[in-house]
Design a protein around this ligand. Structure first.
Ligand SMILES: Nc1ncnc2c1ncn2[C@@H]1O[C@H](COP(=O)(O)OP(=O)(O)OP(=O)(O)O)[C@@H](O)[C@H]1O
Ligand SMILES: [Mg+2]
Length: 212
């Protein structure tokens, strides 16, 4: 299997980049060798795994890289089937730009409000720049913190059609399990029954992006 590098980006803060990164990496680790690259100077992914109970270590390793991100990820990817890069809330060349230049897939979590989505429009330009260098790059918006099933408002659907990045059919609902996983340094797969619905959402994203 050729390795897959996933860049999780959004220049806006707090849209769910780290939450998606960690749960996605945990789901992918059930299938193959997976690694998280923490490209955020805040170090949230690293902090997440340090919350883990020794008896239940996080299922994927988290590393941060010292050198240029694109070069380091290019090197590291040889040893993994999946590398998920958690980016900081910027579109800097050194972080999101570098991650996109070596990624196979970009995932952009957005909150389900048109205002948040408009705040993300500038990313289509960054994506176009990345595609000059990396033409095969696939990119999807992932709606996060959806309140009720199928509750995307008409305004949100319209806003989604205005941005030229396709949205996945699968989304993440707003659930206590996602917060709990962060607090316990685990993934929603590890929470038993209370995490089942969330884990099914992450599975659905994995199937849609990697297996269809
Ligand atoms: N689907 C969800 N349901 C409930 N809470 C969520 C969900 N997604 C994210 N959160 C919570 O929202 C907050 C922000 O999420 P997260 O840290 O993943 O965003 P981020 O984009 O990585 O932020 P930053 O831009 O600061 O890196 C966290 O407290 C997280 O637990
Ligand atoms: Mg984060």
């Amino acid at each position: 299997m050729s390795s897959k590098v996933v860049a999780v980006i959004n220049q806006k803060g707090g849209t769910g980049k780290t939450t998606l990164t960690m749960n996605l990496a945990a789901g992918l680790a059930r299938r193959a060798r997976s690694l998280v690259v923490d490209a955020d100077p805040q170090g949230s992914a690293g902090h997440w795994v340090r919350m883990a109970d020794d008896r239940r270590p996080f299922p994927a390793s988290v590393i941060s890289v010292a050198g240029p991100l694109d070069r380091e990820v290019g090197r590291i990817r040889r040893d993994y089937d999946y590398v998920v890069v958690d980016c900081p809330p910027t579109m800097d060349r050194a972080s999101a730009g570098a991650a996109m230049s070596v990624a196979d897939v970009v995932l952009i979590p957005v909150l389900p409000s048109p205002v948040d989505l408009w705040g993300s429009v500038r990313m289509s330009r960054g994506l176009e720049d990345a595609r000059d260098e990396n033409p095969g790059l696939r990119a999807f918006i992932v709606v996060n913190q959806l309140e009720v099933r199928n509750a995307l408002s008409r305004a949100m659907r319209h806003a989604l059609t205005e941005i030229d990045i396709p949205a996945l059919d699968s989304s993440l609902r707003r659930r206590a399990a996602y917060r709990r996983a962060a607090l316990e340094g685990c993934s929603v797969y590890d929470l038993g029954k209370p995490g089942e619905a969330a884990a099914a959402e992450v599975e659905s994203i994995i199937e849609e992006v990697f297996e269809s």
